[in-house]
Design a protein around this ligand. Structure first.
Ligand code: WTA
Length: 652
């Protein structure tokens, strides 16, 4: 651990404003007061197992009932042992016998303005047909399916079809490079690839199939590839490997009963960055995840049947998995889904969508909110946003100014804001206000949800005093928790379960204030958060060092007004001369190795990196330099810091 280890963090943020839930909102909410929340929370705390079991019995369909609620062999959890269910059944079939049968499940808008609505009955039919397509191509329970698609309904259809037959999906965000896809396909030993010819992004075509072609050259386990025609761009189809989605679907029957699957059958793998260069395949399973995302969706978004819920994330991230697809659909919600950029064709696209469709809940990222602020209020003011009743944020902390803008400009001062803290690993939201119950403080994710027992501890595992920062850990298993890292038990144990006895280590720092509110204070490892996306600095460094001109590189995060953090890199060259051209080339190189989201914002050339006596790169110093806190005139003098550091006796 680095210098921000638990117990030594000073808090600089003081936020005194408190916003009680509007009484009209509370009156109609599922959970109406703090007292009611406390009662549920205490009940769950006293007996988490019967708390979850009751919901599980009532709210999931069981082909066979479970016989035991939790089997906990730390750090391995089995929830709802012996039960058989199916996530796709819970998301679709369950609603077909109810008034939701012909209700909109997905309300979709493409970037060019095309629109489609799929009712639960229609979505069910498409999912069944595509599940038959998968079976026809030899995919069965347990096989891994890699999905690299734009935000179109077929992405959700592909996920649900996998879930229906027990195939394990690995969705890869469509901004990742061919290298990144190949790495993930290799790690998961994916058997089948699903993609599209292209996707729309700011009026341009993202050539997804071309990227996949390159990835598949290096993905020997992938035998077949299904290609959706979305854009109509020219693509090459490899005989015997590539198939058009529509041709396969034409012949597929709509009869495909959901496979009864064990509660712990793997549902998906989702790769995320950790503190080493290799992304971790976070493994989630069937029943516990399903129940957790359903309940948290209902609690946090106070979901009502007449609502149109819009989460603006991409299904390539956990937020899209849990709060576009699995949570809302198992709750029978109508979900807005949008394909493209928020500023295409103009900066008012989101507000236009909210007005046109009458969106009721908007769940987005602080980085987007900061961009909206920068683009100017006039884009917002053009539109009637009175349909909104609730706002949410996710992915990073929200600065109080952005919170206030969101509250006033988007929420018209009347919508509660739920600042939701959670992670790919946690499966669903862990801490958040309940909008009808919890008074909010801008910048705080407030309190844990029922069944979640967080603690803030020092490096010895002792609870730290009020308002003192420390490591955020979770003290009891919960149904949505990750079940492991794909193919790497050792890393799972080491990373999450070895630092604090009997606790899950989140990797975040936090403090609790005098009212028991949680304030997240950033990561304790070398993970940075760029526009709400997790990136490991080591991944960026490895990408740079793979370039022939680079001898050594260090990447750090520095504050950025829009992205939250930007990536600054310090590069030592072998014998090439520093130049703007080389700088561009390195940027492109990282883009090729990882994807556009990892492209460095600042590249500084230096003769040497400042290191401690034990040879560790002095990241804290580099962070200070990158953020302008410590100024260096001539980059070549960076190595002097090593000398300075030695003199000062610094060790990180
Ligand atoms: C950060 C996204 C402060 C945190 C769902 C966490 C947040 C990481 C918040 C997980 C929040 C997420 N306030 N920080 N409301 N939400 N984070 O896996 O550092 O992409 O550990 O999951 O994002 O990112 P991930």
């Amino acid at each position: 651990m680095n210098e921000t280890a638990g117990g030594q963090i000073d808090t600089v943020m003081q936020e005194a404003r408190v916003f009680p839930p509007p009484p009209e909102f509370s009156a109609q909410a599922r959970i109406k007061s703090l007292e009611e929340y406390r009662a549920i929370y205490d009940r769950a705390k006293r007996d988490p197992e019967s708390f979850w079991a009751e919901f599980a019995r009532e709210e999931l369909h069981w082909f066979e009932p479970f016989t035991k609620v939790l089997e906990w062999n730390e750090p391995y959890a089995n929830w709802f042992v012996g039960g058989k269910t199916n996530v796709s059944y819970n998301c679709l079939d369950r609603h077909l016998e109810t008034a939701r049968r012909h209700k909109a499940a997905l309300v979709w808008e493409g970037e060019p303005g095309d629109q489609r609505t799929l009712t639960y009955a229609q979505l069910h039919r498409e999912v069944c047909r595509f599940a038959n397509v998968l079976k026809e191509l030899g995919v069965g329970a347990g096989d891994r399916v890699s999905i690299y698609m734009p935000m179109v309904p077929e992405l959700a259809i592909a996920m649900l079809a996998c879930a229906r037959i027990g195939a394990v999906h690995s969705v890869i965000f469509a901004g990742f490079s061919a290298e990144a896809i190949a790495d993930r396909n290799h790690d998961a030993e994916a058997k089948l690839q699903i993609t599209a010819d292209g996707g729309w992004r700011r009026g341009k075509v993202l050539p997804l199939k071309a990227t996949v072609d390159e990835a598949l050259e290096k993905s020997p386990t992938v035998q077949k590839c299904i290609v959706l025609r979305r854009v109509g761009n020219e693509v090459s189809m490899k005989e015997g490997r590539d198939y058009w989605w529509h041709e396969l679907m034409d012949q597929a029957s709509a009869d495909c009963p959901a496979e009864p699957l064990d509660s712990e059958h793997p549902l998906f793998i989702l790769y995320t960055s950790g503190s080493t260069g290799k992304p971790k395949g976070i493994r989630h399973t069937t029943a516990g995840y399903n129940l957790y995302v359903k309940k948290t969706f209902e609690w946090v978004f106070d979901y009502r049947d007449e609502d149109l819920f819009w989460c603006t994330a991409d299904c390539g991230w956990i937020t899209g998995h849990s709060y576009i697809v699995y949570g809302p659909l198992s709750a029978g919600a109508s979900v807005m889904m949008y394909e493209g950029a928020p500023n295409w064709p103009a900066e008012d696209r989101f507000w236009r969508i909210i007005e046109q469709y009458g969106v009721n809940t908007l769940y987005t990222a602080p980085t987007a909110i900061r961009a909206f602020i920068k683009w100017g209020d006039e884009h917002v003011e053009k539109h009637d946003l009175s349909s909104l009743r609730l706002l949410g944020t996710v992915g990073e902390g929200i600065n109080p100014e952005a919170w206030m803008w969101y509250h006033e400009k988007i929420g018209g001062g009347r919508c509660p804001i739920v600042d939701t803290w959670w992670q790919t690993e946690t499966g669903g939201i862990m801490m958040s206000p309940l909008p009808g119950a919890t008074p909010t403080k801008p910048g705080s994710c407030t309190k844990p949800l029922p069944g979640i027992l967080p603690r803030i501890v020092d490096a010895h595992g002792n609870d730290v005093p009020v308002n003192q920062g420390g490591w955020l850990v979770i003290a009891h298993p919960w149904p949505g928790m990750l079940r492991g890292i794909w193919g790497d038990d050792e890393r799972y144990v080491e990373q999450y379960w070895s630092q604090v006895p009997r606790c899950y280590l989140t990797g975040d720092n936090a403090r609790i204030d005098e009212d028991g509110y949680y304030w997240i204070m950033g990561r304790i490892d070398d993970v940075i958060n760029v526009s709400g996306h997790r990136l490991s600095t080591i991944e960026v460094e490895s990408a740079l060092v793979s370039h022939e001109a680079v001898a050594e590189a260090a990447a750090v995060g520095r504050p950025d007004e829009i992205k939250g953090q930007a990536i600054a890199v310090f590069v030592v060259l072998k014998d090439a001369e520093p130049s703007d051209e080389l700088r561009n080339e390195l940027r492109q190189h990282v883009r090729k190795e990882i994807g556009a989201l990892a492209q460095p914002d600042d590249i500084r050339f230096t003769n040497a990196l400042p290191k401690t006596r034990s040879g560790k790169i002095m990241r804290r110093l580099l962070r200070d330099i990158a953020s302008g806190k410590e100024t260096v005139g001539d980059t070549s003098t960076l190595e002097d810091y090593t000398v300075l550091a030695k003199l000062r006796g610094d060790e990180e």
